[in-house]
Design a protein. Sequence first.
Length: 421
Amino acid sequence: MQSRTGWLFGILLLAFVLRMAAAMTLQWRLDHVWKRQFLIDGDASGYMLLAERIEKGESFEIYTPPRRVLRMPGFPAFLAVAMSVCGHEMLPLRFALCLVGTIACGLVYWLGRNLVGVDAGLTAAALTAVSPVMVGFTPLILSETLFAATLVASLIPLSRLFQRHCAARVPSQEQATRPLAGNGLAVLAGALIGVACYVRPSWLLAAPMYAGLLFVVSGQRGRAAVHGALLLAGLFVCLLPWGIRNQRVTGHLVMTTLWAGPSLYDGLHPGATGESDMEFFDRDNLMSRMSEYEVNRHYSDAAWQFVRENPARTAELAFIKLWRFWKPWPGAAQFDHWTAKAVVVAWFLPLLACSLIGIWHLRRNWPALLLCVGPILYFSALHTVFVSSLRYRLPAEYPLAVVAAVGVLACLKWRKAPAQS
């Protein structure tokens, strides 16, 4: 066990060193080569403005007219805390994100250990530690890394909960002696899904999805229904303070954001290509004559009207977005260079191949499949509706690393087999 602990410490140290090196390299290039503050400017500058307002104790709003429910507060709040500790220099903020990325690798180990075993957990942590995409994205002032960490954290109590329900049709001795333990796991899982939603609201539907799957796979349907309800209750209680705040500032109980409508229209309108292009928002300038809530409703209604009137184009866009989600190389202009594309392809295709091998070996391990493969399929489906890119796949690659690790270990075992015979 001591040697396993040493391996984990070494992996996490490697993860941190690689991310720190990426942060310093990125900052140097931004300062001396590209001469700008952010690699991906739009989202990053918005997050920074909101973070500065939080740190100063000002109202959580941005732009004119003010948009008060544009973003979830989780990532700006993290940046605000980092600013209060590290100051406003960009490099220390990037270092704070490096710490989060390292923690995410540790959480992947925890998830893999719970679902498969220590060796799989260590291998999965190592894969996330050295992943060029994860390392490269970590120091960007974007929410992907924090979201990935909170997403994996929400899967850890779910792993225990699903194992309790899938282990046997008859309650185990532990379940008989600790009947309330599952209740606590369900509430904790729902609350942690809520924490992840404070970073990115796209994880919201994971709660009803896993509550339903728990009922399907469980040998104790009544207890599964109770645990599903507690999971949803944990999510609701976690998000309720934000919903109450939004009720106060908009007059409507909004549990996530008022950006879902424009985001939906971004992916479903006559000029949609599957890639994000929010120029229509500034061009239409609806905020000059509508409330934020009304703008959200307007774009949501317009998107669904487009779907009703253009079913063939909607289906075509879904396939385009599906390809953009699974495309082995990045499509963003910032990464439009053959070296970046080659590195990502050289990493992602073997990862995908090992994941498929891992899925085969885990075909009877339903908790592992549902919790490690489920997120990437969930986001894949979600982004056939909204816009799509590698950025939306990245957080789900963290739990996917667990099944990829099983594939890696299976390949290593297969290669060693002839030498042992």
